[in-house]
Ligand binder design. Structure first.
Ligand code: TTP
Ligand code: MN
Ligand code: MN
Ligand code: MN
Length: 373
């Protein structure tokens, strides 16, 4: 029957790093709702419920088939009473009244809209909401609002960068970055990370990692790449962050802590003619300029930290969070984007590949396309 016996799901781990989650999600009707509930909790600064909804969504994404009845989720980890009640509503009525109520909420709508602008986080969004602002137009016409450089770029390219980036567009950008990087340093190491490395069809940006085979040689590389992109006339915006990496520091136990590698958050101009499948195609006449703006992230760790950075930047966020929780709770180790520290042995465990890190943690290797938790 549709209701698989509980033993069919009895072996699902509470940790995303012990599950294999492809981009094929059989339970989207539930996980979309869970993720909206998580976002709404985040806006209300309810960290516990937010994490609980994200974990529940992540477990459901890993299931090999659609859930058709509540019996089928018996024994699954991370599904609390609240989550089960929402799932029951969806199973019975085909919709969740709780989430529909939230979607209609004025505050939720405004915060969602404001945080959709590049450079605007929940704090700024809340500030604008409290000042009575409700639309993007109101933000732009309100005389007393000071936008920073990133937010100005976010508004300037809003319609382009709020549009999903396709795999073909990511590939085209990959070619441009590759050519640029290797023109500067033929032996540079470049890798696609983020959602596209996990095999996603669409993303909100394109993420890359770059380094040099010789330690320290990566230091000037990123600024050179930025200069070269500017010379090519495709750099629309650049937020550069220098390295604050400290080798003597232990890995951070807080997942929210950003890594300290040299990086930049870019907006690049992508010519439609450079995108496979778009070449010579008749485009929408209203969209005749022939290019779009795309968000790109470049991160440049030293080569001895490359595997940790690759693992962290490949994500998903939930997968990374659970890797770190697993390391801490199950192995007494500290993992972040820079290093893995064994608290029992009191030493850092080196790694040149992601497989090394999984092995140190005593975990079966999970391929990038199985990390869509
Ligand atoms: P994102 O690009 O934000 O997310 P994504 O590529 O998984 O999804 P999308 O398609 O929406 O772009 O970040 C990529 C991964 O990098 C993400 O799993 C978390 C991680 N990350 C860090 O480790 N440190 C950071 O500072 C940021 C911004 C992300
Ligand atoms: Mn990304
Ligand atoms: Mn994102
Ligand atoms: Mn990114």
């Amino acid at each position: 029957t549709d209701c698989s016996p509980p033993n069919a799901v009895a072996n699902v781990s509470q940790y995303a790093c012990q599950r294999r989650t492809t981009t094929e999600n059989h339970n989207k009707i539930f996980t979309d709702v869970m993720e909206e509930l998580a976002e709404s909790s985040e806006f209300n600064e309810s960290k516990g419920p937010c994490l609980a909804f994200r974990q529940a969504a992540s477990v459901l994404k890993s299931l090999p088939s659609a859930v058709h009845c509540l019996e089928a989720i018996q024994g699954l980890p991370c599904l609390g009473e609240h989550t089960k009640a929402v799932m029951e509503e969806i199973l019975t009525f085909g919709r969740s009244f709780k989430v529909e109520e939230i979607r209609c909420d004025e505050r939720y709508q405004a915060l969602k809209l404001f945080t959709s602008v590049f450079g605007v986080g929940p704090k700024t969004a809340e500030k604008w909401y409290r000042r009575g602002l409700r639309s993007l137009k109101e933000i732009l016409t309100e005389p007393n609002i000071q936008l920073n450089r990133m937010q100005r770029a976010g508004f300037l390219y809003y319609s382009d960068i709020s549009k999903a980036v396709s795999k073909a567009e990511a590939k085209a950008l990959g070619c441009i970055i590759e050519e640029t990087v290797h023109w500067i340093a033929p032996d540079a190491i470049l890798a696609l990370t983020g959602g596209f490395r996990r095999g996603k069809e669409y993303g909100h940006d394109v993420d890359f990692l770059l380094t040099m085979p010789e330690m320290g040689k990566e230091e000037g590389l990123l600024l050179h790449v930025i200069d070269r992109l500017r010379d090519q006339g495709i750099l629309l915006y650049c937020e550069y962050q220098g390295s604050t990496f400290d080798v003597s520091k232990l890995p951070s136990c807080r997942f929210e802590d950003m890594d300290s590698f040299q990086k930049c958050f870019l907006i690049l101009r992508l010519e439609q003619g450079q995108v496979e499948g778009e070449r010579g195609l008749q485009r929408d006449p209203g969209d005749s300029r022939g290019w779009r703006a795309v968000r790109v992230d470049l991160v440049a760790p030293p080569v001895d930290r490359y595997a940790f950075a690759l693992l962290g930047w490949t994500g998903s966020r939930q997968f990374g969070r659970d890797l770190r929780t697993f390391a801490q709770k199950e192995r007494q180790m500290l993992l972040d984007n820079h290093a893995l520290y064994d608290k029992t042995k009191k030493l850092c465990l080196p790694a040149t590949t992601e497989k090394d890190i999984f092995a140190h943690l005593g975990l079966e290797y999970v391929e990038p396309w199985q990390r869509n938790a």
